[in-house]
Design a protein around this ligand. Sequence first.
Ligand code: SAH
Length: 212
Amino acid sequence: MKNATRKMQFLFALRSKGVTDARVLLAMETIDRGHFVKGLFENRTYEDMPLPIACGQTISQPSVVGLMTQALKVQPRDKVLEVGTGSGYQAAILSQLARRVYTVDRFSRLVREASAVFRKLDLTNVTAFTADGSHGLPDQAPFDRIIVTAAAEDTPGPLLAQLKIGGIMVLPVGQGQMVQNLITVTRTETGYDYDEIRPVRFVPLLEGLGKE
Ligand code: SAH
């Protein structure tokens, strides 16, 4: 199959799974997932499935990336924090929609490799740091939007504290790999509103830095 046909099917699959926001679809058309998938699994780049990356982690399923990005309702002036850089794919999509994107991962190797792709694609509004993102990124806080791409049992307190009033956070929460729910948290003047989106399965949000 030709690459152009594969890409058309990729976009079609996103739509059929509920990714309908025109700006999100355009961002996912612009940022080629092929830059973020290496080696053995390259031939599955345009399939709607998560794929293994370095450090025992995964690049998320494209339709889940689309649905999370859509739920985040990013505005052009927004400063966004992503916890869980992984391959850098989600951050690159956010770079098309936001003013500024900060992304952190506990593996310095993933941060290094993702940063190299950001440079290659000339995505100058994304910065990746090696850090334990369960503490957020105090130096750059507060954020208009926060997205977490690894699952915690509960929403980490520092992330709630680093969300602006009116800000939105999207994250998977739940115990273990089996029962996770993708939720949105909206900060109001007086507290936080929680909404469930759908069940998902992500790698766990772990404490401290990784070894690689
Ligand atoms: N968004 C990524 C997919 C990430 S997979 C992409 O588009 O490819 C989840 C990532 O979260 C992994 O790379 C893992 O190392 C990272 N992670 C897990 N716990 C973390 C923590 N406490 N702080 C920062 N990153 C973490």
